[in-house]
Design a protein around this ligand. Structure first.
Ligand SMILES: *[C@@H]1O[C@H](CO)[C@@H](O)[C@H](O)[C@H]1NC(C)=O
Ligand SMILES: *[C@@H]1O[C@H](CO)[C@@H](O)[C@H](O)[C@H]1NC(C)=O
Ligand SMILES: *[C@@H]1O[C@H](CO)[C@@H](O)[C@H](O)[C@H]1NC(C)=O
Ligand SMILES: *[C@@H]1O[C@H](CO)[C@@H](O)[C@H](O)[C@H]1NC(C)=O
Length: 570
């Protein structure tokens, strides 16, 4: 079950070299040119002469600006949330707020002044606290398992941030871990993460398909990529970052062990059950044949012939054999943080290898040539759909025709958020269940990881620039990053050819046959909106459909953060 690699108790210093290596030689660094006037981030002048990031220093102000628009245009302090979001998208956006705080905390040197940096941390941390109380935890408890798992990832991210900021800025000899006041919030955030992990883990089911998480307890069984990827990522993150929890609410007792007289807290840190869950779920997903010919994760599996009248029919098929070929960007993203965490917890290189393969496959499916590291050449004909984008820009199939739902408006940001976690610098030692792992093998892994991640830099920049180009006068990002700047029915190719047997339920609604009741619920079609779009011939393609929203803004924040964090020239 654990990797065959033995931890080595010898300290080598080669890995230090690799850490330095990560900070150099990124694609962005190699082709830096000066853009002339260097504004500091707090200048009121336009931040960039263009949307070009040839000088990566401009990524930080652009990121801070996108974050500022996210919070000033879409967050309501009095409600403690982003009122136009829905529970799960708000949980994702809250996660980005914690990640943004992490980035600000580690970027003080690059920001204008210590005082301004601290003010930013205080401002957004106070929003995060408001978001904790503004989160509708009661409603989320009754939702699908994936909804619950976004909550887990979000509050673990906040715990990571508080610990990081405490260590970076408040450590002293008497309190090496830091004595920052925000430590007071860790128990609350950790408690919510644990409660939601426990609720969600009830979705693991071995009666069908020999394992895997069920997506939604209220629909016919669907074992999809997202719920399983989230379970992997949330479980391994619980193992690595959950600090323990003594709070017995809402049940008032700690569980069976306490009843049996064993003095066990309700949740302990580094509990091997989280690691075991992540390893098992990964094994199941990796063997589930859920990737397509391009190496991308399709959406998921139904069980053919499953009948809601006879769910217990023993002679019935229990295999996952009816595959939904639909491909969404976020299904290629969430697994990456799981793979990264599994590597850190086990030292097994295959997790990192699987992750790099997936990233390379995604990049190729946007039309980008990773071998020569460049976008496809521009032509006079509209760019064609390549499976997950075109012209080297990540795209949802709903982007070009302009009918993305609130769900899929959140997807591309999720990809970049998890890519950022995946490609962050590996630690200098790993704490494995059977000892500390340091030395040459870790150094080699680290070196390879850095090299591969550096290769993605140019593609990330290309996508960040495409996202920047969608900003309107108020600095609000749009959904279709690759959109041509002017529209006209024939100026662009709105086709995204879907594979056979692809059901785009995220944008066109869950089909009746997936529902667990006979009652017919008519689908609300956005046809009216689309007709209106056609009539006005929307000048800005990103104003079509749902237009610019808190979700599309969060996508801009995520891709700019990836640019700043991953194409490091500091
Ligand atoms: C990048 O921009 C910053 C600030 O605008 C400037 O100080 C720096 O010299 C530039 N770096 C390069 C390599 O052009
Ligand atoms: C994997 O799924 C594809 C698409 O449903 C199918 O054609 C193929 O036979 C499956 N492969 C295996 C090994 O089950
Ligand atoms: C159980 O499933 C089998 C195979 O799908 C089917 O032939 C049979 O009619 C089912 N039995 C009942 C009682 O539904
Ligand atoms: C996942 O499966 C592939 C083969 O399909 C294999 O090469 C890889 O090592 C597996 N990953 C892990 C972590 O076991």
């Amino acid at each position: 079950m654990f990797p065959n690699r033995r931890p080595q108790m010898i300290l080598l210093f080669a890995y230090i070299f690799n850490l330095i290596g990560f900070a150099r030689g990124s694609p962005a660094a190699q082709e830096q040119q000066s853009l002339g006037d260097g504004q500091m981030f707090n200048d009121q002048k336009p931040l960039l002469p263009s949307n070009s990031f040839t000088n990566r220093t401009h990524a930080l102000p652009a990121f801070v600006n996108a974050l500022d628009v996210l919070q000033s245009s879409y967050f309501e302090v009095w409600q403690g949330n982003w009122p136009n979001g829905i529970d799960w998208t708000k949980a994702v956006i809250g996660t980005y707020l914690s990640s943004a705080l992490l980035t600000i905390s580690t970027s003080f040197d690059a920001l204008s002044s210590q005082k301004d940096s601290e003010n930013l941390v205080n401002k957004y941390f106070s929003h995060l606290i408001a978001a904790y109380f503004g989160q509708d935890a009661f409603a989320l408890r009754q939702q699908a398992y994936d909804d619950m798992l976004w909550v887990v990832l979000g509050w673990l991210e906040s715990v990571k941030f508080i610990n990081e900021h405490s260590t970076n800025h408040y450590s002293s000899s008497s309190s090496p871990g830091g004595d920052w006041y925000a430590q007071d919030y860790i128990p609350a955030f950790a408690h919510r993460a644990r409660i939601f992990w426990e609720l969600a883990s009830q979705g693991w089911d071995t009666s069908l398909c020999s394992g895997g998480m069920i997506w939604n307890p209220y629909l016919v069984p669907y074992k999809n990529a997202i719920t399983n990827e989230l379970y992997i990522s949330a479980s391994i993150s619980m193992y690595l970052y959950f600090p323990g929890d003594k709070n017995t609410s809402p049940f008032g007792f700690a569980g069976p062990t306490e009843l049996a007289g064993v003095d066990a807290p309700p949740g302990r840190s580094h509990d091997p059950k989280y690691l075991a869950a992540a390893i098992e779920a990964y094994r199941w997903l990796n063997n589930s044949n859920m990737t397509d010919a391009k190496g991308l994760y399709v959406d998921g599996y139904h069980i053919s012939g499953w009948s809601r009248e006879q769910p217990q029919n023993r002679s019935h098929n229990t295999r996952c054999d009816a595959r939904n070929e639909m491909v969404y960007t976020y299904n290629q993203g969430v697994l990456l943080s799981g793979q990264r965490g599994l590597y850190e917890a086990t030292g097994a290189r295959s997790y990192l290898e699987d992750g790099h393969k997936l990233v390379a496959d995604v990049i190729s499916a946007t039309g980008w040539d990773l071998k020569h590291n460049k976008a496809p050449p521009r032509t006079n004909t509209p760019a064609k759909w390549q499976g997950l984008g075109r012209s080297g820009v990540l795209e949802e199939a709903c982007d070009a025709p302009g009918f993305c739902s609130q769900d899929s408006q959140t997807f591309k940001g999720i990809f970049f958020h998890h890519l950022t976690i995946f490609c962050s610098v590996l630690p200098d030692h790993l704490v494995l269940p059977d000892g500390i792992f340091v030395g040459k093998e870790l150094a080699d892994d680290s070196k390879l990881h850095v090299k591969l991640c550096n290769r993605y830099g140019r593609w990330i920049r290309h996508n960040a620039e495409a996202a920047m180009a969608t900003k309107d006068a108020e600095g609000r990002f749009g959904m279709w990053w690759g959109a041509p700047s002017r529209s006209g029915e024939n100026d662009f190719d709105s086709e995204a050819e879907l594979p056979d047997h692809a059901v785009d339920y995220r944008n066109t609604g869950v089909p009746q046959k997936w529902k667990n009741s006979e009652k017919s619920v008519p689908r609300v079609v956005d046809e009216e909106v689309r007709e209106q779009d056609r009539k006005v011939g929307a000048r800005d393609l990103n104003d079509r459909g749902r237009g610019r929203t808190v979700e599309t803004q969060s996508g801009g924040v995520a891709v700019l953060r990836a640019l700043w964090e991953l194409t490091d020239t500091r």
